[in-house]
Design a protein around this ligand. Structure first.
Ligand SMILES: C[S@@+](CC[C@H](N)C(=O)[O-])C[C@H]1O[C@@H](n2cnc3c(N)ncnc32)[C@H](O)[C@@H]1O
Length: 242
């Protein structure tokens, strides 16, 4: 990232990451296996078989201008691969609020990022995103970036509606909502129901290969768009996918 002034460890080849994930760090291996076992037990609630790769985490942060960001909110942090990339680059003037619903993942996140200044881990559900952000002391248009690891197209309608309403209220006018996916390009039309500007970035180095939808300028009529997006989401083909 040239704007961050940080080193480019994120450009390491996936092979290095696989080596680290499988052999270099027993705690990470445990986290990954927990993730896998939760996927087999809960399927769509976890939505992915394996945590995001470093390449995916880096891609999800492509829009972030680190020197001006004040508040970053992560949705569905899991075991923290994206949280880690954010916390590594987080400037002292920037807050990261990472929200996760699964209690075991929250436990992992809290111990993993206990010593990271500026990082707050919240155990919560994004259907209550507005309440969560208010409780964190945020006000309208206060969030510069929402970074989502959620399977947004597969979320229940009420959850998605609550989440996008809060995003519409809290996202800064020049801010971005970015959402990882395992289905390249397919949901461009889906995200265009919620945002005026949407682009897609391919990320081949991930298990499975996927990408990131980057979205700006939320549309206003969330309820109508959320109901209409239900058809576009094809939840039958989305089990276990984002
Ligand atoms: C596909 S995983 C992604 C995890 C991590 N961000 C990554 O990239 O590896 C989705 C995560 O979202 C969490 N999640 C699903 N629904 C949620 C909700 N309604 N509110 C908060 N978190 C949720 C799941 O528990 C899971 O950890």
């Amino acid at each position: 990232m040239t704007t961050s002034g940080h080193t480019v460890q994120e450009d390491c080849p996936a092979g290095d990451e696989a080596f680290t994930a499988m052999g270099g760090n027993p705690a990470r291996i445990r986290d990954h296996l927990l993730f896998l076992s939760k996927f087999f037990r809960h399927g769509r609630r976890i939505a992915s078989i394996w945590p995001s790769s470093r390449a995916m985490a880096t891609a999800s942060l492509r829009q972030v201008q680190w020197d001006c960001a004040q508040v970053i909110v992560e949705l569905g942090a899991g075991t923290g691969p994206i949280t880690e990339q954010i916390s590594r680059r987080l400037p002292s003037h920037t807050r990261l609020i990472s929200i996760e619903r699964d209690r075991d993942f929250v436990h992992i996140l809290r111990s993993r990022f206990a010593a990271s200044p500026g990082v707050t881990i919240v155990h919560g559900d994004v259907s209550n995103l507005g309440d969560i952000l208010r409780t964190q002391g945020l006000v309208r248009r206060h969030v510069d970036y929402f970074i989502s690891g959620l399977a947004t197209p597969s979320l229940p309608n009420a959850t998605r509606t609550g989440m996008f309403k809060a995003i519409g209220q809290y996202l800064h006018p020049r801010g971005t909502f970015s959402n990882i996916t395992e289905i390249p390009w397919y949901y461009l039309g889906y995200y265009r129901r919620f945002f005026h500007e949407v682009s897609f970035q391919l990320v081949p180095m991930n298990v499975p290969p996927g990408g990131v939808y980057h979205c700006r300028t939320p549309r206003r009529d969330v309820e109508t768009n959320s109901a209409a997006a239900l058809g576009a989401a094809r939840p039958d083909s989305e089990a276990g996918r984002r």
